[in-house]
Structures are given as structure tokens and as C-alpha cells.
Write a protein that binds this ligand. Structure first.
Ligand SMILES: C[S@@+](CC[C@H](N)C(=O)[O-])C[C@H]1O[C@@H](n2cnc3c(N)ncnc32)[C@H](O)[C@@H]1O
Ligand code: SF4
Ligand code: SF4
Length: 396
């Protein structure tokens, strides 16, 4: 299986400046692990990647989604009430002015980021400030926004698609596959018409027991979509025992009540046949797709069963996230863990970002994480950020 940065060599040929910025973000992460984590007693001077969850709202209800799915924590009246708290553009601009010196790569997501009313001015402002901007979307608004996206030269789009038509629509809702495919076609048409290679775009597929048998058909169909990558995310999962241990740990060590991890206790990992999935992924990696195929996390073939069947068994160690990454939530809260925003470091409406990033709560979190077995908390075992950035556990 290819590693996470297999996209970079292609990018170096086509757009060296963008490749340089991405490599710089990777370098910030590496440096923070080697230097900041060991020398600065819980502070960090690096910032390579920032996630912005722009809105709690979404137009889809994907079954496995930790926000809006079966077990999602951001639904109905609660989500509607939360949506009143979304940050105004000015608050984001102040934050961008503050962090621009670090030139982080930013990842805009949600909910559905196209439901944030000032998405286009925000992306413009970030890009003008020297940030590299990627947008993670369900793709259902791409067709109607294609002309604008290409005209504004957005850097990258990560578009979620979870199977060939029938499978995808079972997970993500009727008609969603068609809308995404039409969106890809519209973006490609506009890129040609406007003579631009932006945005680079690719698929993110979240693997679960509803779609794993159908991944080859999707990968095969995707060859026609004009993509720059196809990422297979093996998925974020939890179970009762992990939730209980994580709750206890966070309550006693960090005075925090945990709610979000339970949203990933979905059971959509159950019944996945590791050998069969490995065979499918191997076939996909071997195909001439015309774009890199990336599996996150890249695992040894005989360990896929453990990934889905033995959730408590770590596959990555030493979470590096708090030393070089931060999440800004729609309400201005800052936290380290994108999917588990329970431990709040502070709020950008109340304090400058870097005071929060190296404030008392951040330092306390980093010290606890560094001291924890394997450099992970109990709930970190299948965390997506750890799968992306954590160190490979020996044999995995
Ligand atoms: C929560 S969505 C937000 C952005 C946008 N609405 C979308 O669907 O792309 C971000 C990503 O998380 C993925 N996702 C949803 N549920 C997940 C889960 N249980 N495990 C891992 N990834 C998940 C989605 O498929 C999507 O690629
Ligand atoms: S589109 Fe994204 S945020 Fe919306 S329900 Fe699906 S995965 Fe969740
Ligand atoms: S691995 Fe743990 S500490 Fe690191 S980002 Fe994930 S949940 Fe947070």
C-alpha cells in the first residue's frame, strides 16, 4: 500500500510551489515531534495543519457519520441551535492574520462547508494570506459552484464518495452519487474552459461493512473522473469498552466529560473480512487508475482483520497532532482532536489563537499525551488523525 504523501511527486512536476508548501507542513510536523515535543515542556512552536469545521449543518445524513449519522451528536434541533453560533467572516480574518506567519495548510470541512455563507470570501482571504487551502465536501454543490471554484483557483477539493452508485446512495442518500459525478464533470469542463489546473481534486472513501465489497467498482469508475488521487480511509470506529476507558481517563486526568467518541461506536466495522478487503485493495492499488491510490492507514495485509475486529489493538502510536495541528470549530472553540471536540482549549473570540495553542489547557493535554502508554489515550486507537500522522506500530 502506498504511503500518505505519495501524491507529492506528481505535484512536484506540475506545481512545485504548492508541493513545497505541503512539504513544509510535513516538515513542521516532523520538527514538532523531534524538537518541540521533547524540549519545550508542553509548548509548541510549529503549526503545519489547521482544520476548520465551518458549520454543524449538512444537507446529507450519511449513516456512519459521527455528526449527522445514526449515532451522530449534531442532529435536529441541537444542530439548528448550534448553527446560530457559526463564526462571522471577520473573526476568521483576524485568525488568518494571526496564523499566516506559519503558512499552515488548512482543511475546511463541516458539516457541509458549502453551507457556510461566506465560504468563497473566506477561501479568497486565506489564499491571499499565503495559506494552502483544501476543502472537504460531500460534492453535492460542485456542479452549481464549478465556475466560481475554478475562477477563484481553489487549491484542492477532497470529495467524499463511498461506493458505486447503489452502495454510495445507500450510505449517503439517494441521488448523491450522480450529483458528485456531475460535479466532477462540471469542474473538469470549467478547468478546460478557464485554462486552469486548479483545483486538484480527489475522492475520499470511508470504508465500512456496507461498502467494502464494492470498492473496486468505485475505483474503476473513478478512472473517468479526472482526479488527482483516491484516498481509502479505513474508518474511525469505537466500542463500549474503549468509550468507557476513554471516558474514565479523560474525566480523571483532564477533567473532561466525553460525548463525541460514542458517535463512532456504530458497528459498521463488524463483519469485514480482512483477507477479502486486502484482496480488493491490492487489486485497486495494482490498477492503472491514472492517479495515486492512497490507503490510510497503510497496513500489512494480515493486520486488516485486527483493524476491524480488534478495535482495542493499536496500529499507530505516538500521536503528534497537538504539536503541529489545531482545529477551529464553527463556534470559535479550539481543540486538537477533529472528531472528538470535547476537550476545549479556549475560544478565538476570547483570546488570540497562539495564547490558546500554548495556553495552560494545551500544555496539560500535551503532557498527558506524551506520558500515556504508546503516546496515545484509550480513545485514540482508530482516530483518523492518528492513522494519518501517528507512527507505525511494529509489524503493522
Ligand atoms: C464529516 S465529513 C464533513 C465534510 C463533508 N460533509 C463530507 O462528507 O465530505 C468529513 C469526512 O469524514 C468522513 N466520515 C464520516 N463518518 C466517518 C466515520 N465514521 N469514520 C471515518 N470517516 C468518516 C466523511 O465520509 C468525510 O469524508
Ligand atoms: S455529508 Fe459529511 S457531514 Fe454530512 S452527513 Fe455525510 S459525512 Fe456527515
Ligand atoms: S490520536 Fe487521540 S489525541 Fe491525537 S488527535 Fe486523535 S483523539 Fe486526539
Amino acid at each position: 500500500m502506498k504511503t500518505n504523501i505519495s501524491i507529492v511527486p506528481e505535484l512536484l512536476r506540475e506545481d512545485p510551489q504548492l508541493a513545497y508548501r505541503i512539504l513544509r507542513a510535513f516538515a513542521a510536523q516532523k520538527k514538532s515531534m523531534l524538537v518541540d515535543r521533547n524540549l519545550y515542556g508542553g509548548k509548541s512552536h510549529e503549526l503545519g495543519l489547521m482544520y476548520f469545521r465551518l458549520t454543524p449543518l449538512c444537507n446529507l445524513r450519511c449513516v456512519m457519520c459521527g455528526q449527522r449519522g445514526d449515532k451522530g451528536v449534531l442532529k435536529g434541533a441541537f444542530a439548528a441551535a448550534e448553527s446560530k453560533k457559526v463564526l462571522p467572516l471577520d473573526a476568521y480574518k483576524r485568525l488568518v492574520d494571526e496564523v499566516a506567519v506559519k503558512k499552515p495548510v488548512v482543511y475546511l470541512w463541516g458539516g457541509e462547508p458549502f453551507l457556510y455563507p461566506d465560504l468563497f470570501p473566506l477561501v479568497d482571504y486565506m489564499m491571499e494570506s499565503g495559506l494552502t487551502v483544501s476543502v472537504n465536501t460531500n460534492g453535492t454543490y460542485l456542479a452549481e459552484k464549478a465556475e466560481e471554484i475554478v475562477r477563484h483557483k481553489w487549491h484542492a477539493l477532497f470529495v467524499s464518495l463511498d461506493g458505486f452508485e447503489e452502495t454510495n446512495d445507500r450510505i449517503r442518500g439517494d441521488g448523491s452519487y450522480r450529483r458528485v459525478v456531475e460535479g466532477f464533470a462540471a469542474i473538469n469542463r470549467e478547468k478546460k474552459r478557464q485554462g486552469s489546473h486548479f483545483p486538484y481534486m480527489g475522492i475520499v472513501t470511508t470504508v465500512n461493512n456496507l461498502n467494502y465489497k464494492d470498492l473496486y467498482r468505485l475505483a474503476d469508475a473513478a478512472r473517468e473522473f479526472g482526479l488527482a488521487w483516491h484516498i481509502f480511509n479505513l474508518g474511525t470506529y469505537s466500542n463500549d469498552a474503549i468509550v468507557a476507558r476513554h471516558k474514565e481517563f479523560m474525566r480523571t486526568r483532564l477533567d473532561t466529560e466525553i460525548k463525541c467518541l460514542e458517535a463512532y461506536n456504530t458497528g459498521y466495522n463488524e463483519g469485514i473480512d480482512g483477507a477479502e478487503l486486502h484482496g480488493i485493495l491490492e487489486k485497486i492499488h495494482a490498477m492503472d487508475a491514472g492517479h495515486p491510490i492512497i490507503t490510510v492507514p497503510a497496513l500489512e495485509p494480515d493486520k486488516i482483520d485486527i483493524y476491524y475486529g480488534d478495535l482495542e489493538h493499536p496500529v499507530r502510536r505516538t500521536c503528534s497532532v497537538p504539536w503541529s495541528q489545531a482545529n477551529i470549530d464553527y463556534n470559535g472553540n479550539v481543540h486538537f482532536c477533529a472528531d472528538y471536540p470535547d476537550y476545549v482549549l479556549g475560544n478565538i473570540l476570547e483570546k488570540p489563537f497562539f495564547e490558546i495553542f500554548n495556553g495552560e489547557k494545551a500544555i496539560r493535554f500535551r503532557r498527558e499525551l506524551k506520558a500515556a502508554p504508546n503516546g496515545n489515550f484509550p480513545g485514540c486507537v482508530r482516530c483518523y488523525q492518528n492513522m494519518l500522522c501517528g507512527k507505525r506500530l511494529k509489524g503493522f
